[in-house]
Design a protein around this ligand. Structure first.
Ligand SMILES: [Fe+2]
Ligand SMILES: [Fe+2]
Length: 161
């Protein structure tokens, strides 16, 4: 079966299955990102939404899925002031990039996707349509999580088990 013909979630998992097996990625399950939502759940949700948008818009969906999954791989409690030097909005993309580079080789596009995902609250600006797509997906997913819709979505049980 060709990747593009697979059902969406299977095609998505084919892009990130190697990353999902990484202990650092799995450890995001232990960190809360939004109320009642782990960093792992948020990251896989963002990666999937970005992947779907990228396929629809004929962009590099592999880069969106991979960097989307790794965009918040900062691996500390977000409110732990001792874990990072300054503002969490500015700091965590840099920590995520550093951690991501220890588990996989990232393309320049994927690096920028991670660094710029908080735009406009970021040091780096998105340099590709893929980076804008992940940044958009991040904001959509954060909104859905904050209003507690994610917990009721079937997608949660399909993707984030
Ligand atoms: Fe983030
Ligand atoms: Fe995020």
């Amino acid at each position: 079966m060709r990747l593009i013909d697979a059902p969406n979630h299977l095609a998505f998992l084919a892009c990130v299955h190697d990353l999902l097996a990484e202990p650092k990625v799995q450890s995001m399950r232990t960190f809360i990102h939004h109320p009642g939502v782990t960093c792992y759940e948020h990251s896989i949700f963002v990666a999937y939404v970005a992947f779907r948008l990228a396929r629809r818009w004929r962009l590099n969906y592999m880069a969106c899925a991979r960097a989307g999954l790794l965009h918040d791989l900062y691996l500390y409690r977000w409110n732990d002031q001792s874990a990072h030097p300054g503002n969490q909005c500015l700091d965590h993309p840099e920590f995520a990039l550093r951690n991501a580079q220890t588990i996989t080789k990232l393309s320049p596009m994927e690096r920028n996707i991670i660094q710029a995902h908080m735009w406009p609250l970021a040091i780096h600006m998105p340099h590709s349509r893929e980076a804008w797509t992940v940044s958009l997906a991040d904001k959509i997913c954060a909104t859905i999580e904050t209003i507690q819709l994610w917990k009721r979505m079937k997608l949660r049980t399909v993707l984030a088990q």
